[in-house]
Design a binder for this molecule. Structure first.
Ligand code: PLP
Length: 214
């Protein structure tokens, strides 16, 4: 599906992150056997034990766990035990905690700044007009590698409208930080629109894994 769409748009394929939240480690293990190497999880409490069980099944594997949900500062230490990438960097307090906890890292941690596209501050994400100032602070940190932006399209708007805003913000961001060109946008319901607005990372759950709540 993604490949067809990329061919149609004559663009490169994005990184496909398969979101395994609410699914047991066995599913991640089966996906791994099928070649999946990027997993997405939204809660540290669930992801840390799952990643540990996964490691026991596939020792030393090359999978990357992407933390895509809101991260509480008191969970940063645990998050760093498994996450190769954090897509939800969205506020100063979290940035401070990450700086503190990554001080000894030799390879910088990949982070995406989450942008809030809604009017609701509870949804997480920096406000678009704060983005560039916040990005300067992130980029100044030696142990963090600013990869780009992450956003979730609002529920009551056309995803294309939201992704168009992300694309415009991303263009401004790369003027200041050329390497921060990532766009982590697009989920099961809106990946087609996301691809047409330059998604570099898709976070796909239910379209691949089906529904499950346990
Ligand atoms: C669950 C989740 C996804 C995947 O959503 P689907 O609609 O199942 O593809 C993507 N991004 C975030 C932040 C999520 O929490």
């Amino acid at each position: 599906m993604v490949s067809d769409e990329c061919r149609r748009l004559n663009r490169e394929e994005p990184t496909l992150i398969v979101v395994t939240k609410n699914h047991p480690v066995d599913l991640a293990s089966q996906l791994y056997e099928l070649g999946v190497r990027e997993f997405g999880e939204n809660r540290v409490q669930e992801a840390l034990p799952k990643s540990e069980s996964f490691e026991a099944l596939h020792p030393g594997s090359d999978v990357r766990w992407n933390l895509i949900g809101q991260l509480q500062t008191n969970k940063v230490k645990q998050a760093l035990q498994f996450a190769s990438s954090i897509h939800s960097l969205d506020r100063d307090s979290l940035l401070s905690e990450l700086i503190k906890r990554t001080a000894d890292l030799e390879v910088p941690l990949e982070v995406f700044i989450q942008v809030n596209l809604t009017e609701d501050p509870e949804r997480g994400g920096v406000e678009p007009d704060q983005l560039l100032a916040f990005a300067d602070k992130v980029a100044a940190c030696r142990t963090l590698n600013l990869a780009g932006l992450m956003a979730v399209a609002g529920l009551d708007v056309e995803p294309a409208k939201d992704f168009e805003r992300v694309a415009a913000l991303s263009e401004k961001l790369v003027l200041q930080h050329p390497l921060a060109s990532g766009r982590s946008i697009g989920m099961s319901g809106d990946y087609v629109e996301a691809l047409s607005f330059g998604a570099t990372h898709l976070r796909i759950g239910t379209a691949i894994t089906g529904n499950r709540t346990n």
